[in-house]
Design a protein around this ligand. Sequence first.
Ligand code: NAP
Length: 506
Amino acid sequence: MAKICLCLTAKTLKRNLEILDKYRKYADVTELRVDCLEPDERLLIRRFPEQAGMPVILTIRRDIDGGQFVGGEGVRINLMARGLAFAETDRRRNFAYLDIEDNLDVPSLEEAAQTFGTRIIRSYHNAQGTDANLAAKIRSMRHSGDEIVKLAVRANSTRDVLNLLKAGKECADQEKILISMGHYGMYSRILAEQFGSMMSYCGAFAETDAPPAAPGQLDVQELSKQFRFRNITKTTKVYGITGNPLKATSSPLFFNTIFDLEGTNAVYVPFPADSIVDFMEIANHLSLEGVSVTIPYKESVIPFLNSMTDEVQSIGACNTLILTPQGWRGANTDARGFSGSLLAFLARENFKRQRVTIIGAGGAARAVVYELHRLGAKVLILNRTAGKAGRLAAPYKFASGGLDERETARIEKYHDIIIQTTSAGMEGTGDSVDPLSFYNFSGREEVMDLIYNPKMTPLLKRASSAGCNVLNGYDMLIRQAQHQYVYFTGKEFPDHLLSRVRYGEI
Ligand code: NAP
């Protein structure tokens, strides 16, 4: 089973030991990053393994490889030798591993390490990108039979992650550590077992003086508690969410909490992806069982489906993939999540005699329009790109138009409920605008914004100040996730656990 390695990046040995003591229950191995220590402290590393009380990797990372060591190679090699010196017969008092870069050839160090049972991690780093022919690289790097090959390469795209995953599979017979660094590759750190990597490196980021040792590194508590890293084996069912940029998503916390409370052997992982084509290949390689799909792939994922629910067919947007014996089946849980949330908020059973304005005509709007039609509302759809609103409205015979002040009079005829479905106002988009700024609320409108982060968008704040009842998209999110849970697991959602996953805060 893959191990968790806690990287220690504080400036003193004493502080590193304090951090290790606080988090040792989450780690199997620790890496002493000697390059992060103050120069005087680097001379005192020899006793660290004994003090640490767990297997320690000795690493002195050069600045060219993403580390902090800027001295000459002679000094660095001397420090490594100092770490291995006066080896003890009780191996727990020696460094368990020595990290030596692929292009550093010092036979005396290798000999010393081998004599006293310190295993060599033969490492290669590329902080800029992912090399071609990774499988060949893995096979050629090992200098002697007992070495562990480590490849830490930056993923600039989903294709880069895919290439590392494929290389890991090709070299399944080799003991190795594989890391896809950066945002796109962060799930390689959670699914180390599936990537064929024997270790995942993480940090203790609650400690302000323990900075990440590499881009995309996860916090040790997040990896252990939220993702239950130590429970992930080859038989663990893997689910996840894909989208781009996928920076803030509360779905992993929702699903992993439920899986944990129910004792299900499953994990739910974020898969940021710059290409739906490449992500689908990754999904097949990792044998994913189910996927939540978010911006911007709800429509572009449809060609990959082998079958779909009637809702996906009618809505033209899919936010849920379920692996079946016949391939990927697409479902849409946004629709029921939306109507369940808004009907509960309004204490209604349907939308008959309600005149509704919808802002936006993207994937989420499609689900909203479908449900409003199914439940009897009269609808006006307004979108920045008016033609798109027209195309969405036509099959339902709903009214449509552009998103500007010329539509004010028509909004006043469709203002029982106003539903904001665009991404304008969402955290992380840099687009903190109110897409309905030209409209003055009377105070009698019921206003829903599908965005849940932030809790109050500029539009909701303005509507609330005018006296309107307002609802954000958090309840919808939870409800659609409950429907996804049923699709993913084939089981009823455990309602008694709902209070454990409704956080109120995102
Ligand atoms: P999408 O398919 O990419 O559609 C985006 C829509 O937003 C389009 O209508 C687009 O107009 C419009 N838009 C973007 N920026 C705008 C701006 N600055 N001013 C005016 N209009 C703008 O995205 P989506 O999947 O529909 O998602 C939209 C939002 O709904 C996201 O914030 C998402 O988080 C939220 N959502 C929430 C839930 C939930 O469970 N609460 C579920 C699904 C979605 P153009 O056509 O003119 O480009």
